[in-house]
Design a protein around this ligand. Structure first.
Ligand code: PMP
Length: 284
């Protein structure tokens, strides 16, 4: 049996019922987070919770209860579902109310959460193929909202091209992936889009920037173009589900020699090292 979180209650999945007038269902009026679980424990939890609070503030959405209680409930959920390696997903909507666009006076926000197993091994050695897609999303991509249609359409396009991720661009400028952040490496120097309103500031992105600093790899958070992308020595994406993932093809064109590059591999190894330490410290 699998269990879900429904407000502050953990219940069997079949018993979770959301009203048809829930604003998440009708308007996509809500936010979410996805947190990696290694060795049964949530990784980079504080950064995820900080982003959650920021998303809520930006949308003037009340969290139904505080972060400490939420953390406690999510830990219980992971334990009850016996998840060792996985991803916790939860969302908060503005609640249920007769359908009108402006905020309802009284609807309390609704939180639902679940956790699934995830295999972290993935194809980190061989890397992934990607497709380019125009970034048609709104101008507040920094908020982790349930409105993901621009991302969904781009990902579907990539899927139909036989690739695993869409790299989005606004005109000449690369923004991010459909569900990841994009980095390029040129002369051992790392470049990624600044964390402004055009991208989601990924928690993996933030952690990789920290790892780069520790490893003495120089970084510029600056806009880069499609030309920069195609002439890069290395390209990789970061996300909770993919960690640090090499990109070996873009629209059928091979990136450099078609293999994971040195800087990408160094960052990937550093990431794995941190996770190994995290698991060890959680056990002891
Ligand atoms: N950008 C977008 C659009 C995403 O959906 C995601 C993953 N949710 C990311 C970046 C990566 O964020 P994170 O590292 O926090 O998973």
């Amino acid at each position: 049996m699998s269990f879900i979180l429904f407000q502050d209650q953990i219940i069997p999945r079949e018993q979770g019922k959301v009203d048809i007038e829930d604003r998440g269902y009708q308007f996509g009026d809500g936010i979410y987070e996805a947190i990696p679980v290694y060795g049964g424990q949530m990784f980079l939890l504080d950064l995820h919770m900080k982003r959650l609070k920021r998303s809520a503030n930006e949308l003037r959405l009340q969290l139904p209860f505080n972060i400490d209680l939420l953390t406690e409930k999510l830990n219980k959920l992971i334990g009850l579902n016996r998840i060792n390696d996985g991803i916790v997903y939860f969302q908060i909507t503005r609640g249920s109310a007769p359908r009108q666009h402006f905020f309802p006076d009284q609807a309390g926000s609704i939180l639902t959460g679940s956790v699934v197993s995830h295999d972290w091994r993935g194809n980190h050695d061989s890397g992934i193929e990607t497709s380019l897609a125009e970034d048609i999303r709104w101008l507040r991509c920094d908020i982790k909202t349930l409105n993901l249609l621009g991302n969904v359409l781009a990902k579907q396009y990539a899927h139909e091209q036989g690739s695993q991720e869409a790299i989005l661009h606004r005109g000449e400028n690369v923004t991010e992936g459909a569900s990841s952040n994009v980095f390029i490496v040129k002369n051992n120097h790392l470049i990624t889009h600044p964390a402004d309103h055009l991208i989601l500031n990924g928690i993996t992105r933030l952690f990789v920037l920290e790892l780069a600093e520790r490893l003495g790899i120089t970084v510029d958070e600056q806009t880069f173009t499609l030309d920069d992308l195609f002439s890069a020595d290395e390209v990789f994406i970061t996300s909770t589900g993919n960690e640090v993932m090499p990109v070996v093809k873009i629209d059928g064109r091979t990136v450099a020699d078609g293999k994971a590059g040195d800087v990408t591999s160094k960052l990937g190894e550093a990431f794995t090292g941190e996770v190994t330490q995290f698991i060890a410290s959680a056990i002891s």
